[in-house]
Design a protein around this ligand. Sequence first.
Ligand code: HEM
Length: 69
Amino acid sequence: MYRAVNQHQSFGNGPHFCQGTHVARRAVGQVMLPILFERFPNMSIPNLDDVLWRGFGFRGPVQMPVLLQ
Ligand code: HEM
């Protein structure tokens, strides 16, 4: 029996929790973000009101328009 389709993009939960969590987090934190900030040193959020926050226990921005310059 297949599981229901889940739209989330986290690392899952329980016995099949993603085994690559730490690799993926380090790739984002130590590779992707530094390259992004190096490439766009003046990146900014033009309008803070456009940033939408959602969630309580698992909280974060679901929309964050940035200006790459
Ligand atoms: C942003 C990157 C990644 C995301 C969002 C992600 C997400 C997920 C999700 C949702 C699952 C299923 C959890 C479940 O069935 O409950 C999973 C399983 C798994 N992931 Fe990832 N993953 C990422 C990167 C990686 C990387 C880089 C590796 C390996 C180096 C990896 C290895 C695995 C393995 C082996 C499983 C199966 C675990 C099991 O069935 O016991 N993942 N991942």
